[in-house]
Design a protein around this ligand. Structure first.
Ligand SMILES: [Zn+2]
Ligand SMILES: [Zn+2]
Length: 574
């Protein structure tokens, strides 16, 4: 027998009791049998029975009398209709789960029904509740799903599928990151993109379409390079990060960020008909960097003669993929994220390989590398009510010096290019921009064309001659967490003043007063019909449009009066 989610089970029990009330096995005004007898009769747990009784109480089919027990209510128009509805729903449910729970004719006996752990009873209205069916999943916790904040890094083939899945499942808030724009070749693998989107930002379009798929989901998009332009404070406020990336450097960056702020992340990779998916949880098993081969490590650490050229090479590389492998791997990634949201067990540091040519799936555990450079988590984070675009380097150094003494320095995440110097003609250009913002072209001397030397630093100690520059101007992203240290310890400072601007999840949100509110109601014409001379009522598809805030609409509803006239008298309905 297939396992039945407990919720359907309690509904089946409720429906059977309703049916027994309808056929007068239990009569109005009489006491319902004791709990233990009902438990025996239906072969369910106490909590399932109580859920069923609660349902019956909610539709006034039974009532509790304190200290006495439960009694069958007087039947009236309302509860009779609902009892009928419930009894017939139960019929469908029983058919669907192929269960009979009458004690006499169940071959395996009523006591063998599996019971899943405690879960509050919610009866979804499948006509109006788009996520209603998920409530039938025994372990689904709607509140956790609706409160979840998930970052999707990469809105390409994998990202499209993951974002689609998360939106359909009603994951509450999505933060979508990508630095790329849409070209027509993307359309073959991107369910969220249309031909007319050509040239638009992938992150923006994906976020807009996610909102369209499920308007209850809150979205925010970020068009930029994940490795340098997104503040760590954003990562810190996510529950799960899902990587939908196509290059090692970006994965390495996400891996380090996730470790620093102690967040799980899910990685996926696809090529032709092959794919893999894996979950990394800081401190549990291997991390992404641990999985790299010696060769890959060497590739990453190659010293290019020009650091600016090294960076540009990273952004190359296109991998051939299909929408089919993208949906398979993205499906696994989305499910792993769903498990993480529910605190269900995952297998961190293990990889699922899928070979679409042979349909072989295998799982392998990676060996954690002891001295892996990624294994470092930040300690307590000090939240400063400061903003990146108004706080100067000097301001932050003052705080660091106060906390850590005069030797404290600030350590930047990426190199700050101070100047470009020409060894041939002596040309010197002050830059003061992060390495990510300076292209390879600029490294060439404008006078003689030679490649200039790059002078850069990644610490700030207070001796600099640009201390009045703001943090934003030297490339610190909004809502970032900066590190300061002296010879003994580190401190971590978050520029929390940026929070409202940088993390809002309100892109493509309709302003509250434009949200259409469906007004439904019924005009009772019973009184009209009782008149001796029945008036003729003709209604030509009346449409009442009210715009304004929710309160305005409530007020208008109260004010609207519908008047129906007859020869005898006027009848008004509000
Ligand atoms: Zn590692
Ligand atoms: Zn020169």
């Amino acid at each position: 027998m297939a396992e039945i989610p407990r919720k359907s089970l309690s509904e089946i029990v409720a429906s059977q009791i309703a049916a027994q009330i309808l056929d007068e096995t239990y009569k109005s005004g009489y006491q319902l049998p004791a709990e233990r007898d009902l438990i025996k009769q239906f072969g369910v747990s106490r909590s399932t029975l109580r859920e069923a009784l609660k349902t019956l109480e909610e539709i006034n089919l039974i009532e509790s009398r304190h200290g006495v027990g439960r009694f069958i209510s007087e039947l009236n128009e309302n509860n009779l209709a609902q009892a009928n509805q419930m009894a017939s729903n139960g019929e469908t449910l029983r058919e669907a789960s192929r269960v009979k729970i009458t004690s006499e004719d169940s071959p395996q006996g009523p006591h063998r029904l599996p019971v899943t752990p405690e879960k509050p009873l919610i009866i979804p209205n499948l006509k109006t509740d788009r996520l209603g069916t998920f409530s039938f999943i025994s372990w689904w916790e709607r509140e956790k799903v609706e409160n979840a904040k998930v970052m999707v890094v990469g809105a390409g083939a994998l990202g499209n599928e993951v974002i689609k899945n998360l939106a359909l499942m009603g994951i509450g808030s999505l933060f979508i990151v990508d630095f790329d724009t849409i070209e027509l070749a993307n359309l073959s693998r991107s369910v969220l993109f249309r031909e007319s989107d050509s040239g638009r930002k992938k992150a923006e379009v994906a976020a807009a379409r996610a909102k369209e798929l499920n308007p209850n989901v809150h979205v925010q998009y970020f068009h930029g390079d994940i490795t340098t332009t997104l503040g760590l404070g954003i990562f810190r406020r996510m529950d799960v990060i899902i990587g939908c990336l196509d290059n090692r450097e970006a994965r390495l960056a996400v891996n380090r960020f996730a470790y620093w702020i102690n967040k799980p992340w899910v990685d996926g990779a696809i090529q032709e008909f092959f794919g893999l998916a894996r979950v990394f949880v800081p401190g549990e098993g291997a991390c992404f960097e641990c999985t790299l081969t010696e060769q890959a490590r060497r590739d990453l650490s190659i010293r290019y003669s020009c650091p600016l050229l090294a960076r540009e090479n990273i952004l190359l590389g296109k991998v051939p993929t299909t929408p089919t492998i993208a949906s398979i791997i993205a499906g696994i990634e989305s499910q792993e994220a769903l498990k993480l949201i529910h605190n269900k067990p995952v297998e961190p540091g293990k990889v699922i390989h899928f070979n679409g040519m042979t349909n072989e799936v295998h799982t392998t555990a990676y060996t954690p590398v002891e001295d892996c450079e990624s294994h470092w988590s930040y300690g307590d984070i000090t939240e400063l009510p400061l903003r990146t675009n108004t706080t100067t380097i000097k301001d932050l150094l003052n705080i660091a010096h106060r906390d850590l003494g005069p030797d404290a320095v600030i350590e930047l995440d990426q190199e700050l290019i101070l100047s470009l110097n020409c060894p041939q003609c002596g040309n010197r250009e002050e830059i003061l921009e992060p390495i990510s913002a300076v292209g390879f072209k600029r490294a060439h001397c404008p006078t003689c064309g030679l490649l200039r030397e790059t002078v850069m630093t990644h610490t700030l100690n207070g001796d600099e001659d640009f201390l009045s520059r703001t943090l934003a101007s030297v490339g610190v992203p909004d809502l970032h967490i900066l590190r300061a240290y002296n010879t003994e310890e580190y401190r971590f400072y978050e520029l929390t003043g940026d929070l409202d601007n940088s993390l809002h999840f309100n892109h493509f949100e309709r302003p509250a007063d434009e949200t259409p509110i469906k007004l439904t109601g019924r005009i009772k014409i019973k009184d009209v019909i009782n008149l001796k001379e029945r008036p003729k009522i003709t209604i030509h598809k009346p449409v009442i449009k009210i715009s304004g805030t929710k309160k305005d609409i409530e007020d208008s509803k109260k004010a609207v009066k519908i008047t129906i006239s007859s020869d005898k008298k006027d009848i008004e309905e509000s």
